[in-house]
Design a protein around this ligand. Structure first.
Ligand code: ATP
Ligand code: MG
Length: 415
């Protein structure tokens, strides 16, 4: 017989058990709690969309669209894409599901995203994000509220020390055009020092060179002109309103006048929360205002702002959560006790007490398992005691044991 080979997992995907899964869960639970404090409603959208949803909105020249998307033809011949980010799909839903009636729409979601990237620490091909968006508001207060939500989330996760909010404005259309011209002039002058990718970006989308991770591009990118000299009065006033709001809300930030976001549709506010604790993958949360995106999907002009955070990166930063423990280990001592044990186990769980019982094994093995489980109590069930309607209740850390009537067990353990 030929040996069957176990298929390997897809590169850049992760399987999580134990502490890693607990870290992941803690990040999601904290987000789900904090987003309610800010009145962001939970939404769910599909994991895949027609390819056009991403290709149009993200911009054909972005790395995500040109190199990283998982796109394929389905059996009906339609081109579909596994979502590489949340925003475009949420905006598609906003347009096709009549969500316009709820503006300003404050929504939050989380789940898996897919990008064909080179896997490394903090960078995967299936990864997960938390996402928060405000659709239909042009007010700087929306930007401030989203930043406050991000700031509080990081605080409640205990990672805000060593994570910095870096903020920039990308201005309005007028500002962007003037700044782009200045950037092109600068990059043309240093053309010979740029990577091949950036020479291509120079023709298609020069702002993206600022975002390059290629070390050859960094000196030229870091010396590029800043946006401030080109800010229109309106764009300057918007940025000032955002920074004033941050001050009022007590949120610390630093300016990075060369910060751009990887995706084409950003306007005005752009931000990243960065840390040096994760090596090269230092951005834990990023976002900004994308007033132009909904129009690229065929909708009416609609201002919007949002952010996404990498769950895996946050999960690496937090302290390890306490392991999950049960309260009670049930230990039957013989065949006859087994049935009573099953009934007691069901009663405990229905009463909201976390309880477990080994599927098999003698008394000694089961007691060892109970000790190892971290349970507070063992309920020991012997045939003689069951006849009297009693079980042994053992406190596993101080090893004391007493007898408790079966019908009083749940009440005894509840206190
Ligand atoms: P990076 O600069 O690290 O490639 P990005 O600008 O592509 O990030 P966004 O599209 O803004 O990232 O996504 C928001 C967040 O999602 C990032 O800040 C990061 O925490 C996380 N993220 C993005 N791509 C990945 C990935 N391949 N694996 C794990 N997390 C990721
Ligand atoms: Mg990226």
């Amino acid at each position: 017989m030929s040996k069957i080979e176990t298929p390997r997992p897809i590169r850049g995907t992760q399987d999580m058990l134990g502490e890693q899964a607990l870290r992941f869960g803690h990040v999601v639970e904290t987000f789900d709690r904090v987003r309610r404090l800010y009145g962001f409603g939970r939404v769910e959208v599909p994991v895949f969309e027609p390819t056009a949803v991403f290709a149009r909105s993200l911009g054909e020249t972005t790395d995500v669209v040109s190199k990283e998307m998982y796109s394929f033809e389905d059996r009906g011949g339609d081109s579909v894409t596994l979502r590489p980010e949340f925003t475009a799909g949420l905006c598609r839903a906003y347009l096709t599901e009549g969500w316009q009636q709820h503006i300003p729409l404050k929504i939050a979601t989380h789940g898996p995203l897919f990008r064909y990237e080179r896997p490394q620490k903090g960078r995967y091909r299936q990864f997960h994000q938390l996402d928060a968006e405000v659709i239909g508001s042009a007010e700087p207060q929306a930007d401030v509220e989203l930043l406050a939500l991000a700031d509080q989330l990081l605080r409640e996760l205990g990672v805000s020390d060593g994570v910095t909010l870096t903020l920039n404005t990308l201005g309005d259309g007028e500002t962007r055009d003037a700044w782009r011209a200045a950037l092109v002039a600068h990059f043309e002058k240093h053309r010979g020092e740029l990577s091949e990718d950036s020479i291509e970006r120079l023709a298609k989308n020069p702002l993206r060179i600022l975002d390059s991770k290629d070390p050859r591009d960094r000196p030229v990118a870091d010396a590029a002109p800043e946006i401030d000299a080109y800010l229109s009065a309106e764009a300057g006033a918007f940025f000032e309103a955002v920074t004033k709001g941050l001050e009022a809300a007590g949120i610390a930030w630093t300016r990075n006048a060369r910060l751009v976001r990887g995706l084409d549709y950003y306007r005005h506010t752009a931000f990243e929360f960065v840390t040096d604790r994760l090596g090269a993958q230092g951005t834990v949360l990023g976002g900004g205002r994308y007033d132009g995106l909904i129009e690229t999907l065929g909708g009416p002009p609609t201002p919007a702002v949002g952010w996404a955070a990498g769950i895996e990166r946050l999960a690496m930063l937090i302290d390890a959560p306490d392991p999950e423990r049960i309260d009670v280990a049930v230990v039957p001592m013989g065949e006859a006790a087994q049935g009573v044990a099953t009934s007691i186990l069901a009663d405990l769980r229905r009463a909201g007490i976390a309880a477990d019982m080994a599927y098999k094994g003698n008394m000694k093995k089961r007691m060892q398992k109970a000790d190892a489980s971290g349970a507070l109590w063992a309920v020991i069930i012997g045939d003689d005691e069951v006849a009297k309607g009693e079980v042994g209740l053992k406190h596993l850390s101080d090893q004391t044991q007493r007898w408790v009537r079966i019908d009083a067990l749940v009440e005894t353990l509840r206190v």
